[in-house]
Write a protein that binds this ligand. Structure first.
Ligand SMILES: N[C@@H](CCC(=O)N[C@@H](CS)C(=O)NCC(=O)O)C(=O)O
Length: 233
């Protein structure tokens, strides 16, 4: 059994998408990040970066003590290795998936997150920030679109690289992008959206948090933005 420490955000959806694809038994432990539950000592003990997602695997493959992990990319890689799914085992196939997984973790996710922040959440419009991140996300969409021009998925068959990237394309309008400008990316997006496991993962989000996807309140903004080192003390 996997305990998934989760909230209804793109990085959370990555892991429910994987778990729904594989049918690995899991239990959701909601961590309401708008209410500050990510600062609780028991959560920080498994997720020292005070961010969701995190997991605890109560039945690790070595038969030992439970293993806890934070960082969505590390979790996807761990679960792929545990199940033998969505990550090729041959040298070249594995290297290809891992580079696109890391591309998402280091590029698409953080840049789209900043685009969303400056476009939607910043207390006053800061044109430089809006332009900088909207353009960078546009560039990254271009990279993906080109990659997908002659293949179905980012790297070989449907993989953890696609699962990491999809939830960050879902809010494309909030990030100032138009999918019609990226036909190959759009085709990929529609194909992943149509997967039953993707539908189940997003249905799970609405169950856990009926307000998922709605604008966040001023109170929630105070919790989420402007954090300093004091939150992890
Ligand atoms: N690199 C991390 C990022 C995780 C992350 O940013 N999680 C957000 C939700 S998508 C969060 O927990 N935010 C809580 C906070 O800002 O305090 C990962 O991929 O797991």
């Amino acid at each position: 059994m996997i305990d998934l420490y989760y909230w209804t955000t793109p990085n959370g959806h990555k892991i429910t998408m994987f778990l729904e694809e594989t049918g690995l038994p899991y239990r959701i432990v909601p961590v309401n990040i708008g209410k500050g539950e990510q600062f609780k000592p028991e959560f920080l003990a498994i997720a020292p970066n005070n961010r969701i997602p995190a997991i605890v695997d109560k039945e690790p493959a070595d038969g030992g003590e439970p293993i806890s992990l934070f960082e969505s990319g590390a979790i996807l890689l761990y679960l792929a290795e545990k199940t033998g799914r969505f990550l090729p085992t041959d040298l070249r196939g594995r290297a290809e998936v891992l580079q696109w997984l890391f591309w998402q973790m280091a590029g698409l996710g953080p840049m789209a997150g900043q685009a969303g922040h400056f476009r939607i959440y910043a207390p006053e419009p800061i044109p430089y920030g809006i332009e900088r991140y909207t353009k960078e996300v546009n560039r990254l969409y271009g990279v993906m679109n080109k990659r997908l021009a002659d293949r179905e998925f980012l790297a070989g068959d449907y993989s953890i690289a696609d699962m990491a990237s999809y939830p960050w394309i879902v809010p494309y309008e909030r990030h100032g992008q138009n999918l019609d400008d990226f036909p190959h990316l759009k085709r990929w997006f529609e194909a992943i959206k149509a997967r039953p496991a993707t539908a189940r993962a997003y249905a799970k989000a609405s169950e856990v948090n009926p307000d998922a996807g709605k604008p966040i309140s001023e109170e929630e903004k105070k919790v989420l933005f402007g954090q300093t080192a004091t939150v992890v003390r």
